[in-house]
Design a protein around this ligand. Sequence first.
Ligand SMILES: NC(=O)C1=CN([C@@H]2O[C@H](COP(=O)(O)OP(=O)(O)OC[C@H]3O[C@@H](n4cnc5c(N)ncnc54)[C@H](OP(=O)(O)O)[C@@H]3O)[C@@H](O)[C@H]2O)C=CC1
Ligand SMILES: C[C@H]1O[C@H](OP(=O)(O)OP(=O)(O)OC[C@H]2O[C@@H](n3cnc4c(=O)[nH]c(N)nc43)[C@H](O)[C@@H]2O)[C@@H](O)[C@@H](O)C1=O
Length: 362
Amino acid sequence: MDVNAKIYVAGHRGLVGSALVNNLKSKGYNNIITRTHAELDLTDTVSVSQFFDQEKPDYVFLAAAKVGGIVANNVYRAEFIYENLMIQNNVVHQSYLNGVKKLLFLGSTCIYPKNCPQPMKEDYLLTDILEYTNEPYAIAKIAGIKLCESYNLQYGTNFISVMPTNLYGPNDNFDLEKSHVLPALIRKILLGKALEEGNWSAVNKDLDKLPIEGVSGADTEDAKLQILNKYGISKGSNDEVSVEIWGSGKPRREFLWSEDMADACVFIMQERDFSDTYEKNQKYIRNTHINIGTGVDISIKDLAQLIKEQIDFKGTFVFNTDKPDGTMVKRTDVAKLNGLGWKHKIDIQTGIMILIDWYLNK
Ligand SMILES: NC(=O)C1=CN([C@@H]2O[C@H](COP(=O)(O)OP(=O)(O)OC[C@H]3O[C@@H](n4cnc5c(N)ncnc54)[C@H](OP(=O)(O)O)[C@@H]3O)[C@@H](O)[C@H]2O)C=CC1
Ligand SMILES: C[C@H]1O[C@H](OP(=O)(O)OP(=O)(O)OC[C@H]2O[C@@H](n3cnc4c(=O)[nH]c(N)nc43)[C@H](O)[C@@H]2O)[C@@H](O)[C@@H](O)C1=O
């Protein structure tokens, strides 16, 4: 990618998109184009077509998607499959029509089977059934891989798919119902710590940042406390504070810092040329995606414990097994990515520390 090339980062205000823009700028790329969701709804085929006609980007990073944690995926099943299919269909097809030189499509490791052998190699795609809670989202992401692969095979495009593990970092979603586990636990444990210290100004500061339905409108501390209970942050009669963890705490997840993720994406866009691979090996190529992760996982219980220690929360955890566990283990095999010469830099302990600090100073 030439530093003056026109690069469209779709989803530039999100967790990954914002890290991508920073990473590209830090490497000297100076012609980055962006549109917010309000300015350009990527599910709208006509608007996306007009945008590509006008802007003619050279490179595209497709980091816009309908994204959420386990419960959001399970509840808003139609939105997750419909919006993701529409966004990727529009962006990939217009990239083909408008001669985009290279496109990077962001999938997810939930494309792999529910009971996948560990660690999960790229080859394990489509070898067994998927996890139910995020099946619609996973099917959209698998369609995205096949979309890129099919355009490459039929039209000789250079569309690359990456499958990131669970991500976290600045501009993450801290909504207690719709977010992923790591930001949710940071926020819940910080609120728990504020309650155990009777620090209502810290609670109110948190609510000012991102309202919690019901709590923000409540006018007394008791009323706020009652609603916080519903989100799993409670003060017992002995004044001990407990924080709820969804599920059994036994599932294991792998977490990658968003800025490492962005660095890997830019690295792959700079390094990988799938069109060469096709010419040489066309009939052998089936799976054209690449995992992005650390290869290291941790149980949700241990993750909560790590965050608890960093925040110095003294209370307890309660495991709510009415909430889903989802996939029990999904650890990526990152041999392919490491073999290309890229490895993550930020470990989970460091990442949690930086993210707590980022959230408190937001
Ligand atoms: N977060 C994670 O743990 C993981 C994420 N991924 C994938 O990485 C990619 C980025 O995810 P992440 O950064 O976390 O997501 P975020 O939710 O943080 O950001 C998504 C972005 O997409 C934009 N967007 C959503 N819908 C539309 C639409 N209809 N039209 C235009 N823009 C839209 C939003 O725009 P706006 O801000 O303007 O509303 C937002 O900037 C996604 O493909 C996701 O599936 C994969 C694995 C893990
Ligand atoms: C990135 C990935 O993200 C999703 O899959 P997921 O990994 O299951 O997502 P998650 O981060 O929400 O949960 C991980 C684990 O953590 C447990 N958990 C405990 N307490 C909380 C909690 O308070 N909030 C949340 N969200 N989870 C909690 C939760 O019950 C589960 O066992 C899909 O979107 C999927 O499609 C996808 O790609």
